[in-house]
Ligand binder design. Structure first.
Ligand code: ATP
Length: 786
């Protein structure tokens, strides 16, 4: 062992001792805090005297509860913090740090050795920093520079100096395994090593090997919006998650994980990335899918189509007569042009076109839709929709008040009183006694007269009517949305440019669904846009940062929506148009349109072209599947060339896949994916491949990304990766249409170490170029079929 290595091992041992000491101290403290929390929860009510006899007593009780709840919240937070610090320190016992820079600051005579790890560690005096957090300003030198002049930004200004040396350490279980002086070694050994490993059930953090261009994303700190457009496997998701950790560190005084929200493509993906922040000692941000949001807003009124059902339709239902119309409907309804149509439509509603629903009581209209329309359009037409709706609402409530008085003496009220059960009668008496100023003790003395009871009954019956009015449910949004499609000529008045050529057919498909109480995925966001433009937008001001992954799959509508929904947030958007699998994004290939959301001045676009996930031979193949793929730079990691094998029929294919899977397992591949085009193909494959031990099928409803052998549709493989990928059937028959190129590319780019393509019959022409240039092996069947 050379002396340098020995010295470093000693340094490591010393640091570990400090960590262990802190762990011991914190361990008992954390336990004590936990007990405090349990105790306060258990005895929460002991300290509070409940008394609601008078208003003052009531107020006092409320204050006492609030105080007690605050005290509990403080001890819970303290416990959470010490628990979190403890788990960070426990991780640091395994890997205290991963890098070091020797930095000579301008004006100093001696350089400082800066060790970098997942969190700051001070010595026992608390004065000296033994390990710097990877997010500290000085740590950026580690990611941004090779030895030579270097600088970093601090809140107080730019610090310049000389990076004398840069070290990378490979430490496992607290033992130093190797170390590299990066000025002497060529290439990036640690990155090679990390990328060469097998997959995990969860995505891992990349802090030890963040690349310079990724560091720009992580520390980006200007404007309202950051757009990252990057090749498959270039680390977009990784950079986004480390960016969240960075923001939580930098703004720790006034930003917490609950104020950050990540929009992910599906729950499988959410689950897959859920470990990165905890691994870095941070709490997880909130994670949602756009579909969950749509469902939350619309499911009371409609059956909302799942985006994957829409996709499955596009991928498999090509033979249907309405297919072309539906696809052009999907595209049009996602476009900025349709957003303009909705806006113009809302404007036109100021003059005419609002549809209302009768307000009825006991089967009879109190106010008819026609009367409401007259009232609404009788107002000053220059007043905004929302203002006029408020006035209409007040008018309706007045009408209900007038009606209420007329109902008191009606026969039905008398009948209802006669039919009241004892319990109902007693309840009513209690309620009225309380209103008349009686206390709990003397309420039995209250002499309830029938008039008061009649009034109470009418009031209760009218409660739901009032509620409907207050929540503006007398406006028939569904009918207003339908109107757009009922009169085919209307679009011409609203659209800027040509309306889609299939417009009548689009109208028919749309109306058919709405009439059945269903709303198609492509209609859901425009519908909400219309509704909120009429009623006023809902906003969540507590969210400070929104991250949208797989952003190429979002429409202009959806972005407009997110902007309005989170008005106080900055946005980080990540995507790759070569992986745009939804029909609505098919023709786009950049985020140009998106820069308009906050305006180019407030938006920055960063491109990532280096790809890390797959071996070089796999990237050499996949980048030949897409236009301008030559701009993708593979990381130099060796492996086998992807191979194609062709069969005459499916029986041969299944036999070969079964044997290939067992070969791949023997080679040590932990995760193997058999990727099909659609869910329909996946189900067939799953049945036919039942000989494969523990084969699992992933569906759009699957929650957990599983290791082992899985069969899944292309679109669910989005964002995740596998040691080896088998493309189930890469034939021209399956991937013949040009629109499927991106789906095919997405599937192939999921492979880290091995990629095998199979085809029943002639293979897809997407692979022609790669084949001609020798980047895809044409492999004969390896197995002897018995
Ligand atoms: N700097 C890095 N150090 C180590 N691993 C990295 C680095 N950058 C990316 N990776 C690895 O490369 C793989 C791909 O990263 P990630 O999933 O973040 O890419 P992506 O751009 O979001 O991919 P896609 O668009 O294909 O879903 C992951 O295994 C990730 O850990």
């Amino acid at each position: 062992m050379d002396s340098q290595f020995q010295q470093e091992q000693e340094q490591l041992n010393n640091v570990k001792k400090v960590i262990q000491h802190e762990v011991d101290k914190l361990d008992s403290k954390t336990r004590q805090r936990k007990e405090e929390v349990i105790h306060s929860r258990k005895h929460f009510w002991d300290e509070i005297k409940i008394n609601v006899d008078s208003f003052d007593d009531y107020l006092e009780t409320v204050l006492a509860i609030r105080q007690e709840a605050q005290a509990l919240a403080v001890s819970e937070t303290t416990h959470r913090h010490s628990f979190q610090r403890l788990s960070t320190l426990q991780q640091m016992l395994d890997v205290p740090y991963f890098g070091r820079i020797d930095f000579l600051e301008e004006g100093d005579s001696q350089s400082e050795e800066i060790y970098i790890g997942i969190s700051t560690l001070r010595d026992e005096t608390g004065e000296n920093i033994l390990i710097y957090d990877w997010r500290a300003p000085i740590s950026s030198v580690y990611y941004d520079y090779q030895p030579g002049p270097a600088q970093y930004k601090t809140p107080g200004g730019v610090i310049k100096g000389e990076l004398e040396k840069k070290w990378q350490y490979l430490i496992r279980n607290g033992e130093l395994q190797s170390m590299f002086d990066t000025s002497l070694t060529i290439g990036d050994e640690i990155l090679q090593e990390v990328l060469g490993q097998g997959t995990d059930k969860y995505m891992n953090s990349i802090v030890a090997t963040i690349q310079k261009e990724q560091n720009r994303i992580i520390r980006h700190d200007r404007g309202r919006m950051l757009i990252v457009h990057g090749a498959a496997g270039s680390g977009k998701t990784s950079a986004a998650l480390q960016r969240i950790a960075y923001l939580l560190y930098k703004y720790r005084e006034n930003l917490n994980a609950d104020q950050i929200i990540l929009f992910s493509p599906n729950t499988l993906f959410s689950n897959y990335v859920s470990n990165v922040l905890p691994e870095l000692g941070e709490e997880n941000m909130q994670q949602v899918t756009f579909q969950e949001y749509l469902y939350h807003r619309l499911s009371n009124d409609f059956a909302v189509e799942d985006p994957y059902d829409q996709l499955e339709y596009v991928l498999t239902e090509t033979g249907r007569p309405e297919y072309d119309a539906r696809v052009s409907s999907i595209r049009f309804k996602a476009s900025a042009q349709f957003l303009d149509v909705i806006q113009a439509y809302v404007k036109s509603l100021e003059k005419s076109g609002m549809v209302f629903k009768d307000i009825k009581f006991r089967g009879e209209p109190i106010v008819t839709a026609q009367e409401m329309e007259e009232f609404f359009y009788h107002e000053d037409l220059s007043l905004g929709l929302q203002y006029r709706l408020e006035k209409l609402k007040d008018w309706l409530l007045d009408k209900v008040r007038a009606l209420e008085k007329l109902e008191w003496k009606k026969e039905w009220v008398e009948e209802t009183i006669e039919l009241l059960s004892d319990e109902e009668y007693y309840k009513a008496q209690k309620y009225l006694a309380k209103k008349a100023g009686y206390t709990r003790e003397n309420s039995d003395d209250y002499d309830m007269d029938t008039k008061a009871l009649a009034r109470l009954i009418v009031r209760q019956r009218l409660r739901s009517v009032r509620k409907r009015i207050r929540s503006l449910r007398f406006v028939d949004i569904s009918a207003i949305y339908k109107q757009l499609f009922e009169n085919h000529g209307k679009i011409q008045e609203l659209v800027d440019g040509e309306s889609p050529k299939d417009w009548p057919a689009i109208c028919e498909v749309t109306l058919q669904e709405l009439e059945q109480g269903r709303i198609l995925y492509e209609d859901a966001t425009p519908f909400l846009q219309l509704q909120d433009s009429i009623f006023g937008f809902q906003a969540n001001r507590s969210i400070r940062h929104v991250v949208v992954d797989e952003a190429q799959d979002y429409s202009a509508f959806q972005f407009e929506f997110l902007k309005r929904l989170f008005p106080a947030a900055r946005m980080t958007v990540l995507g790759d148009f070569n992986q745009a699998i939804f029909a609505h994004a098919n023709e786009k290939d950049d985020f140009q349109e998106l820069t308009q959301l906050y305006g180019p001045d407030k938006t920055e676009v960063i491109n990532l072209t280096r790809s890390y996930r797959s071996t070089k031979p796999i990237i050499e193949f996949t980048r030949r599947l897409i236009p301008e793929g030559d701009q993708i730079i593979p990381f130099n990691r060796d492996g086998e060339r992807p191979a194609l094998t062709t069969f005459e029929n499916h029986d041969e294919l299944h036999a070969e896949i079964t044997s290939k899977v067992s070969e791949l397992k023997d080679q040590g591949n932990e995760s193997i994916a058999i990727i099909c085009k659609s869910a329909a193909e996946t189900e067939k494959a799953y049945e036919a491949l039942s000989d494969i031990e523990e084969l699992k099928m992933l569906k759009s409803s699957s929650i957990e990304y599983e290791q082992g052998v899985v069969v899944l549709p292309s679109y669910l493989s989005k964002g995740i990766e596998f040691d080896a990928v088998i493309i189930y059937d890469a034939s021209e028959k399956v991937y013949g249409d040009e629109s499927l190129r991106r789906v095919f590319y997405t599937a192939c780019t999921r492979a880290m170490h091995g990629l095998q393509l199979y085809s029943v019959g002639e293979p897809t022409n997407f692979i022609e170029q790669a084949m001609e240039e020798g980047f895809l092996k044409n492999k004969p069947v390896t197995r002897k079929h018995g």
